[in-house]
Design a protein around this ligand. Sequence first.
Ligand code: THU
Length: 128
Amino acid sequence: MEREALLALARQVALRAHCPYSHFHVGAALIAGGKTYVGVNIEISSYGLTLCAERSALAAALSDGAGPITAIAVACIDATPDAPLGARTPCGACRQWIADLAPEAVIFIDGAERDFHIPDLLPHAFGF
Ligand code: THU
C-alpha cells in the first residue's frame, strides 16, 4: 500500500476514535508483513490510562503475529491546518513503542511536509 493510501486509511479510521474527553481523533495505519493494521486513540475516565492510536495499531499487529513493520501512517484529523507539526506527531510514549517494535519503519504524518524514521523523532532512544 502506498503512502497516500495508508494516510487515507489512517484518516478514515480516526473517525472511530473513542475520545469523549479530548474530542481529538487520531488514527494510525501500519503495514507489517504485507498486512495492514489500524488503531485509534481510546480514552477512558482515568485519563492517564488513555491508549494512543499508534500503540493501538502496534498492539493489533503484534497480537496478530505480524511480520516486520515497514510503514506507519498517523492522522490527527482534528489538528487545524495551521497547527504546528508537534500537534500531529506521535507522543513520547508512542515514539518509544515505535523505537522498540518498528525501528525500521517509515513514518508518514498526515499534513507534514516530510516523512520520518524513528531516529528523527527519538534520537538516542533507550533500548536493550
Ligand atoms: N494521541 C494519540 O492518539 N497519539 C499521539 O501520539 C498523541 C496523542 C491522543 C491521545 C488523546 O486521546 C488525544 O490524542 C489527545 O491527547
